[in-house]
Design a protein around this ligand. Structure first.
Ligand code: 8YV
Length: 312
């Protein structure tokens, strides 16, 4: 008998198809009344397949009394109640590392785009404005100062990308890291004051909520740019909108938002922001590797082996 798995939201179609060949998988998001379904059938499932977007909250975990394993598509664990899972001895798998390159590439694309204004220049050409005159001057990237908030797996790859642009890199983290050569800023404010570009690469969740506050944005200042490829929750979004509107920072490149897919409408009118629909890991190659890791984590669990990538 195949293991019974509950899928929490839509996944990559190729992954859904592959999971369906190995497991008896049920799609919770197709249920008209998911709560009633869980109350009636919650005990049937031993596994959950989910993503960083849909997660698995405490209520879901509680509704699945026989749950033994969660396999999530994504590196972010902020939408999974790890405390609730751990307390029940539920294994949690996720997909770190395989997306580092693409997320770091996206961070760099945003650094380039917001400073050199390539997206704005593309709009300028499409509007026919080139026929009227030259596009205004932009800001140089190479050789500038890049501050990284969160020197984890992705932060380190961003730092490597920066070295190709002859940038000076500093970082702020919960604590200095012995295996990182870059200068450690002992506060986020000091990092923001120093940086031309502040790139947010920390994890989401309660610990980092609102870290990039009005005070930090003011420390970054009218010549500084903010780039966020981690979670919208790390930035006080209203403070960011205000800082952008008032010209208290130079611009922002954002792949993530507080309440996705809702983006503050005030940002649409601003030409000094680049807005992406949370696409950093969204390439054929990386999504295939993430899908493989979701499958591998489940296969390892059901074979009685340690997960390939375990959250704890
Ligand atoms: C994906 C992400 O967009 O890995 C993460 O934490 O946020 C992204 O890679 C997400 O997993 C899709 O659900």
């Amino acid at each position: 008998m195949p293991q019974r798995l509950l899928q929490i939201g839509p996944l990559l179609p190729a992954l859904e198809a592959r999971l369906a060949t190995t497991y008896d998988i049920h799609l919770l998001h197709k249920e008209p009344d998911p709560k009633a379904f869980l109350a009636a059938h919650g005990r049937d499932f031993v596994g959950v397949a989910t993503s960083a977007r849909f997660g698995a909250d405490a209520a879901l975990i509680a509704a699945l009394p026989n749950l033994k394993v969660i396999s999530s598509f994504g590196v972010g664990l902020d939408a999974i109640d790890l405390g609730a899972a751990r307390a029940r001895g539920i294994a949690v798998g996720y997909t770190p590392d395989v997306l580092n390159d693409c997320v770091a590439d996206t961070a760099f694309a945003l650094v380039m785009d917001v400073a050199r204004r390539f997206s704005a220049a593309d709009r300028f050409v499409r509007r026919g404005d080139w026929l009227q005159g030259q596009f205004p001057l932009a800001t140089k990237v190479s050789g500038k100062k890049l501050g990284i908030l969160g020197m984890g797996r992705i932060g380190r790859v961003i730092a490597r990308r920066a070295s190709g642009f002859d940038m000076d890199v500093r970082y702020h983290n919960r604590k200095p890291l012995a295996d990182v050569d870059h200068v450690y800023a002992d506060s986020l404010k000091a990092l923001a004051e120093w940086a031309d570009f502040l790139v947010v690469a920390s994890a989401g969740g309660a610990e980092t909520r609102g870290l990039v506050s009005r005070e930090i944005l003011d420390a970054l200042g009218p010549r500084g740019y903010l780039v966020n490829i981690s979670r919208g929750t790390v930035v006080d979004e209203q403070a960011l909108v205000d800082a952008l509107k008032d010209g208290r920072i130079a611009g922002a490149g954002l792949d993530v938002f507080e309440d996705e897919p809702n983006v503050p409408e005030a940002l649409f009118a601003l030409d000094n922001v680049v807005l992406l629909p949370h696409l950093a890991s969204n390439t054929h190659e990386t999504r295939a590797a993430m899908a493989q890791r979701v499958e591998d984590n489940l296969a390892a669990f059901f074979a009685g082996r340690p997960l390939v990538s375990a959250a704890y």
